[in-house]
Design a protein around this ligand. Sequence first.
Ligand SMILES: Cc1cc2nc3c(=O)[nH]c(=O)nc-3n(C[C@H](O)[C@H](O)[C@H](O)COP(=O)(O)OP(=O)(O)OC[C@H]3O[C@@H](n4cnc5c(N)ncnc54)[C@H](O)[C@@H]3O)c2cc1C
Length: 420
Amino acid sequence: MKVAVLGAGVVGSATAYMLAKDGHDVTVIDRCDRPGMETSFANGGLMNPSDASPWNSPGTLKRLGKMLFYSNSPLKINPSAIPSMMGWGLRFLANSTYERHRSNMISNIRLASLSLDTLRKIRETDKLNYDETTRGTMRVFPRGGRMSEFVQMCREMQEWGIQFEVLDQAQILEKEPCLAPVIDRYVGAVLFPNDESGDAHKFTNEMARLATELGAEFLTNTSVLGITKASSTYISHVVTSNGDIRADAFVLSLGSYSPIFAGPLGIKLPIIPVKGYSVTVELNGWRGGPTRPVMDDKYHAMMVPMGDRLRMGGRAEFAGYNTRVDAKEGRRVLNDILKILPALASHVNPDSALNWSGLRPMTPGGPPLVGPTPYTNLFLNTGHGPLGWTMACGSAKLIADFITYGRVLNNRVDPTNYAL
Ligand SMILES: Cc1cc2nc3c(=O)[nH]c(=O)nc-3n(C[C@H](O)[C@H](O)[C@H](O)COP(=O)(O)OP(=O)(O)OC[C@H]3O[C@@H](n4cnc5c(N)ncnc54)[C@H](O)[C@@H]3O)c2cc1C
């Protein structure tokens, strides 16, 4: 079957690989000059099913109120973005009940775990280079924080296969000696031994390489201008800056831009862009940093080793489709990390750091939209929010299975449930 995948981010590229592996004739369309140049470019790099809890846990409204008035808040809402996010915001809050949050968290865990299993299977057969670490991730909790509440949530996640260990100060230092200068700030940590990390951009290009080796074609520098329907249930072609592309099936994986192309077809996708920042510094051989990703629960900041680099990330900003890199925000990310890893200051030059921002394609519930649409040959694989790298291989496998084995083709998308 000829399948066109719209978007070559981590989600679209993994989808192309899975489809090519199933024997399809795959064409991927992307406006950039190579795969993974937008949100999948310099994200946090965590491949962490342990982070499956959606952002809107019970009590969200109260926490949001507090965060918005805190001067160094990791969350910002740009007033100009408010009108376009009203409906989405109400649905976000509606998903913050205990029951809905729990059900969304379980969906995320299942998809993220499938993703990790799928990634490990790919690694068994294909050598991939993406600066990965497989030593788990660690979340550290400052005094007066929410460690006991978090550990309670970990117990709930454990029922769904998420393993964790609670660490005291001595155990933290045994695992991550770099935290010695600030250890008195922390009451403890939670280690997730099964989590992994890596460079999502490199991984995206590895997926594209494998897909290409299997015959897939990547049409880069090619913008999707519209999706044309032949009838109320069938897509005929995609209009691009390089001509029309016809196919038997189409997969929409344009990240935050997916709703713009689904809307004219009558499909209202509940996805909005949520901006985030990362800063990447070269370590030039310095080995004094963490050996696995470490997240500070107070600053909502993370530091992730990636080969000879350290990636730091965090912050969430509702600013519409604005991707301008704000150096001040990058500086804040770096400053938050210097509070955890002061020794970094004398080993990096902030002026040569890579400051980056990207748009998380967020759904109001948390789980992405993976599945069929009212058009029998149009499929969604989008809306992965803060977990797109974590879920990419799993949702790619689901959609490829769906297209290959053709299950329930007339089913409609249920935006709250990725299960097909
Ligand atoms: C600061 C930050 C940190 C993050 N950290 C993590 C993390 O640690 N772990 C994790 O799992 N996730 C993380 N995420 C989320 C993750 O990066 C995203 O969920 C993921 O990259 C989304 O992938 P995607 O393929 O759906 O979208 P994208 O990577 O944005 O891909 C969409 C593609 O569509 C293309 N495109 C768009 N419009 C058009 C058009 N009109 N025509 C042609 N092509 C088009 C773009 O060029 C792009 O390549 C983070 C995000 C941010 C912002």
